[in-house]
Ligand binder design. Structure first.
Ligand SMILES: Cc1cc2nc3c(=O)[nH]c(=O)nc-3n(C[C@H](O)[C@H](O)[C@H](O)COP(=O)(O)OP(=O)(O)OC[C@H]3O[C@@H](n4cnc5c(N)ncnc54)[C@H](O)[C@@H]3O)c2cc1C
Length: 371
């Protein structure tokens, strides 16, 4: 099949992967993104799994080497800062903003509508209603709307994200702003410290404009921590006194919350304590699990985080969105009808998503000692 009219709700990673994959296979995708301007990173680093790099090369978007950094060792520190264990392993990282910019540039502007929110879908006819009240009908609708997808809520009203009882504190620091000892300690490694009920890791990612050379990169860290007796509502109430459900963005954390977490950094190995101390804007995300029973309802597909959210330990969120998109384009090319293609896609990707979420639960609960 070629020339299908596909409406995509959501213009972040999942929407862009899908739009590019479909456009390059001869279809006519249009992306509706509710944010008005260019999207801004919520923090930082992404593991550039092989399928993401392949997507960039196969579609001639960018040489993945131009927007990635590498580590060659996975290193575990002791509490006092010694090396407990080191395993030789190459990992490839990028930043959310570097990847988003490349994908956005690769998709035609005239087919990317910003400031446009999809408010309702009619699955039987592949119709979307937009926030100005207009309706558009296509061959297929793809909802790549992220973890708080309203289309998912419409199609699966009983499916709710489940809080995993711990959070991820995060931060990004310019390499140039870090003490030399700190840069040296993290350079070329994917570094971890596993405590009794916490886990912190760090790796270098490209600089704010995608710079990959030493001196211009950024150091990205993620610190999983239990609530440690604290009130979740208090942590997630931001500086405008609004209680957020899933995350408080950089610059929005209230000072006492910032202060308390910085103090808790004294329980980390010294090099991580320094890194957290050098971070001007900590931010926090709730860790949660989300699973839908099926990704397809008639002509509507749920894709990326809109369907499954696996814990970040799997390092698979963006990679799964790329995999969903590539598999959808392949299924449409290799089947005789839209319904057959969507049924086949649903089966394989729902199975994959379900397995991934389960794996994330196991990894997280063991690492945070929650069992
Ligand atoms: C602005 C932004 C910054 C991010 N920064 C990071 C980061 O730094 N590090 C990281 O690991 N992950 C980040 N993420 C999350 C990451 O992109 C996802 O976890 C993963 O890549 C899966 O992407 P997704 O497209 O499925 O979902 P998301 O990336 O969550 O994208 C969903 C998109 O859909 C749009 N949308 C939602 N509902 C509607 C609607 N009804 N109509 C139209 N549009 C709608 C949202 O505005 C959003 O752009 C970020 C996401 C966003 C949106």
């Amino acid at each position: 099949m070629r020339g299908l009219d596909v409406l995509i709700s959501g213009g972040s990673m999942g929407g862009l992967f899908t739009g590019i994959a479909l456009e390059r296979s001869g279809h006519q995708p249009t992306i509706y993104e509710r944010s008005a301007g260019a999207l801004k990173s919520r923090g930082g680093g992404i593991v550039a799994q092989q399928n993401i790099r392949q997507f960039l090369s196969n579609h001639d978007i960018v040489d993945p080497g131009d927007i990635t950094t590498r580590s060659h060792e996975r290193r575990f520190l002791t509490e006092s800062g010694g090396v407990e264990r080191a395993v030789s392993e190459t990992m490839v990282f990028t930043s959310w903003d570097a990847l988003y910019r490349q994908l956005r540039d690769a998709f035609p502007d005239e087919q990317y509508r910003t400031g446009t929110e999809v408010t309702e879908v009619t699955p039987e006819t592949a119709t979307v209603t937009i926030d100005d009240g207009t309706e558009r009908t296509a061959d297929v609708v793809v909802a790549a709307e992220g973890g708080q997808s309203t289309t998912r809520a419409q199609l699966h009203p009983n499916v709710e994200p489940e809080f995993a009882s711990y959070v991820a504190w995060r931060g990004v620091v310019d390499e140039a702003a870090l003490p030399a000892t700190c840069v040296e300690a993290f350079d070329g490694t994917f570094t971890f410290y596993q405590g009794a009920d916490q886990l912190i890791l760090a790796y270098f990612i490209p600089g704010p404009d995608g710079e990959t050379e030493s001196g211009s990169r950024r150091l990205n860290w993620v610190w999983y921590d239990t609530l440690d007796g604290r009130d979740r509502g208090a942590i997630f109430t931001d500086s405008s006194e609004t209680e957020r459900t899933f995350s408080v963005s950089p610059g929005r954390l209230r000072e006492p919350i910032h202060h308390r977490q910085r103090e808790r950094a004294a329980t980390l190995p010294p090099v991580f304590e320094t890194l957290v101390g050098e971070t001007s804007d900590l931010f926090v995300q709730a860790i949660y699990d989300l699973t839908v029973p099926s990704m397809v309802t008639d002509r509507v597909c749920l894709l990326g985080d809109g369907a499954f959210v696996a814990r970040p330990h799997t390092a698979a969120g963006t990679s799964k969105a790329a995999g969903d998109a590539t598999a959808l384009a392949d299924a449409i090319v290799s089947h005789e009808s839209v319904n057959e293609a969507l049924t086949a896609w649903d089966q394989t990707r729902t199975e994959y998503g379900t397995t991934l979420v389960d794996r994330g639960k196991q990894m997280g609960d063991v690492r945070l000692n929650l069992n």
